[in-house]
Design a protein around this ligand. Sequence first.
Ligand code: 8IG
Length: 243
Amino acid sequence: MLGSGWRTAAARMGEVVAEVPMVELGGFPEASVAGHGDTVRSIRNGDRRILAFMGRVHLYEGHHPNVVAHGIRTAVRAGCRTVVLTNAAGGLRPGMTAGQPVLVSDHINLTGHTPLLGPNDDRLGPRFPDMTTAYSPRLRALARAIDPDLEEAVYLGLAGPTYETPAEVRMVAAMGGELVGMSTVLEAIAAVHAGAEVLAVSLVTNLAAGLGDDALDHDDVLAVAARSAERMGGLIADVVGRI
Ligand code: 8IG
């Protein structure tokens, strides 16, 4: 699932054998302005088959957590056993810099939501999923073997769409959040529930509000993401090729 700044990575994953608008698959929301025309690609990479979601649904767009998780559940039902989540995020840990990719080692879900409310469908997964190793240690080790400079950090997920106030940034840091963003945690929960192995990679596009010199601006975020696209594309394609 390719978030902001990561979409060009799909071009390096292999041969595209099909590309379908998500809305045509059913269960996905009508294209919003932001997510206009997002597609899913079926990619062949040697013996592997990759489903690349060229964009995602966010909670802040007003969608139910089950809609946010729908792509993950669709992929797992289609046979995917590994879920790779990418995102852009704010960095809190001292020393982090814009343009740096970071492996997510764990998360704190402060969105106030989960895609697991309601009766549990035992065919999909357990009522009380274990989250001890939600972000696969095996896949993180594999990614670090490819790029030894990769750091790991705890991702704290908020609903957004506002960036944090300075007081909220202090709260996030006090709670142990080292990356902060508006995606990923609900998808990771749905993937773990469904029995998939999860790898998540954040692209630090900005230092969290108040930690950098400037006010946060979405265009700056996109500019950093665009500059990092090449490295991110290579990284994710290499990882996916070796899973
Ligand atoms: I890119 O600083 C990106 N997404 N919540 N805070 C939150 N989400 C983000 C940020 C950030 N940067």
